[in-house]
Design a protein around this ligand. Structure first.
Ligand code: SF4
Ligand code: SF4
Length: 471
């Protein structure tokens, strides 16, 4: 990071102010970004957080619950097992609540702290930084990488490029297998894949997501954030003057210009920005934060670390680039409580409450009743009126349960057929029953009756209304 910088007279230094219109919207072919390595508190925090997320992502599919995979999004069998809970297509409201709560949590955090999700938690950022780590270890720091790409092919270049892409592909493959392990039995996948015993869809999914991870984190990188991610586009709707974002402070930095460490910059009328471009070189999206807030900025804080390092070396105060608000830069005090933030928070809490209520009132049993459509009714030898039904009983719990079936609504009835059934966890049983009713009780063409299905341990009961037909 040591640099020789030339001294300029203050009157030759061009004063620059952040200019949001300076960015060009014209199409231009992508210039490859060679990101400079950076060290600092934020970098360590992002790395630590990235490792934590990576660890959680890799661990979850391997957890067990009641002898089965704890989290299994089993699309083929239309059921999502999430620890002790199995969600069926009928439980889509729970997934809807989860999505809504997550969306409002994101809006709330974005209103307060800008795109911290993008900079510190987004998988695209985390995987890009992992890939960049391999790139740096194999090809060397920024200057070496630029030189390597410019020079003609030789053995050294060949083995470094091969090693880099092999390491990327390996990480991408492990990522894809772990991801697909959320949707299928992860233990079988990790053993069968290497012996080519996985089915077509599992193999296709692993290869597809390997390709996506390799392409996104290895090649696409900032293009995903700047051109493809919709969140980058609508974030401005959540920003206001009190949103904390990474910002350059022109009051401290301008007029910018190169100078030596010994120069009395105040006497020369300079600001603290020495125009070293370190903040630009460490930026994963290749922007110059000194041009003001830009939608390409993912709030990763790399430029904050880089600039603080420069300020330390120059013995200048830190914070020329820092997490702050527009209001603060204008000399005002940041308002912590704002209508928009409070609104997002209130909606998030309401939705989270509904989610908890939905989960807590959810019954691990679902009953569906179909009438026999071939014959409306029949008369038994004893003269009783009979209707035939098919009960579909879904045991939504993860353990086997025994259920009893009763009919209510008439005094004198007989339920013929299976009245007690044991169903495996997460399975459906189809139970045909015949309901016979004493003729004195059948007073109308259509009468309501109720089937009551109860677990023998008394934990769950489901009552279902249907019709009893005669003539
Ligand atoms: S790193 Fe700091 S001093 Fe260097 S150009 Fe960026 S803002 Fe100026
Ligand atoms: S400008 Fe700074 S915070 Fe924004 S993406 Fe670039 S390095 Fe990260």
């Amino acid at each position: 990071m040591e640099q020789k910088v030339k001294v300029m007279a203050a009157d030759q230094v061009k004063i620059q102010r952040p200019d949001p219109d300076k960015r060009s919207n014209d199409y231009s072919p992508r210039s490859r970004i060679y990101v400079r390595d950076v060290k600092g508190k934020l970098e360590w925090f992002r790395r630590g957080f990235g490792f934590l997320l990576l660890f959680v992502f890799a661990l979850i599919p391997w957890l067990q619950w009641n002898g089965d995979q704890a989290v299994l999004l089993d699309i083929a069998n239309q059921r999502f097992r999430i620890f002790g809970m199995t969600l069926w297509p009928q439980d889509l409201t729970i997934l809807a609540w989860v999505s809504i709560v997550a969306a409002f949590a994101l809006f709330f955090v974005t209103t307060l702290y800008g795109r911290v999700w993008c900079g510190f938690m987004c998988p695209q950022t985390t995987w890009t930084f992992i890939f960049m780590w391999f790139e740096k270890k194999i090809e060397g720091p920024r200057n070496k990488r630029i030189a390597l790409d410019r020079r003609p092919w030789d053995f050294d270049k060949l083995w470094r490029k091969t090693a880099k892409h092999t390491s990327w592909l390996l990480v991408a493959l492990l990522t894809a297998m772990t991801f697909v392990g959320y949707f299928t039995n992860v233990r079988e996948l990790f053993t069968d894949f290497w012996t080519f015993d996985t089915g077509f869809w599992a193999t296709f999914s692993v290869l597809f997501f390997t390709f996506c991870t390799y392409g996104n984190a290895g090649w696409m990188r900032e293009i995903m954030c700047t051109h493809m991610c919709p969140y980058a586009r609508f974030q401005s709707a959540m920003f206001d003057k009190d949103t904390v974002t990474v910002s350059y402070d022109p009051n401290m930095g301008e007029p910018r210009g190169p100078r030596s460490k010994r120069t009395d910059y105040k006497a020369k009328g300079l600001g603290t920005c020495i125009d070293c471009y370190m903040c630009v070189q460490v930026c994963p999206t290749g922007i110059d934060i000194r041009n003001g807030l830009q939608y390409e900025c993912i709030n990763c804080g790399a430029c904050v670390d880089a600039c603080n390092d420069v300020m330390d070396k120059m013995n200048y105060p830190r914070g020329l680039i820092r997490f702050t608000t527009e209001r603060n830069l204008e000399g005002g005090r940041t308002r912590k409580t704002r209508f928009k933030a409070v609104g997002y928070f209130v909606v998030m809490v309401i939705m989270a409450t509904l989610l908890v209520w939905d989960i807590s009132t959810r019954k691990p049993l679902e009953v569906d009743i179909l009438r026999d459509r071939n014959q409306l009714y029949s008369i038994s030898m004893e003269g009783w009126v009979q209707n035939v039904y098919t009960l579909k009983i879904l045991n939504k719990s993860q353990l086997p349960q025994t259920f009893t079936i009763e009919a209510q609504g008439f005094e004198r009835t007989q339920l013929l057929g299976t009245t007690e059934v044991t169903i495996d966890g997460g399975s459906i049983a189809t139970v045909p029953v015949t309901l016979a009713v004493h003729p004195d009780e059948v007073t109308e063409r259509v009468q309501d009756i109720y089937f009551v299905v109860s677990s023998t341990d008394g934990t769950v009961t489901e009552q279902h209304q249907t019709s009893f037909l005669y003539e």
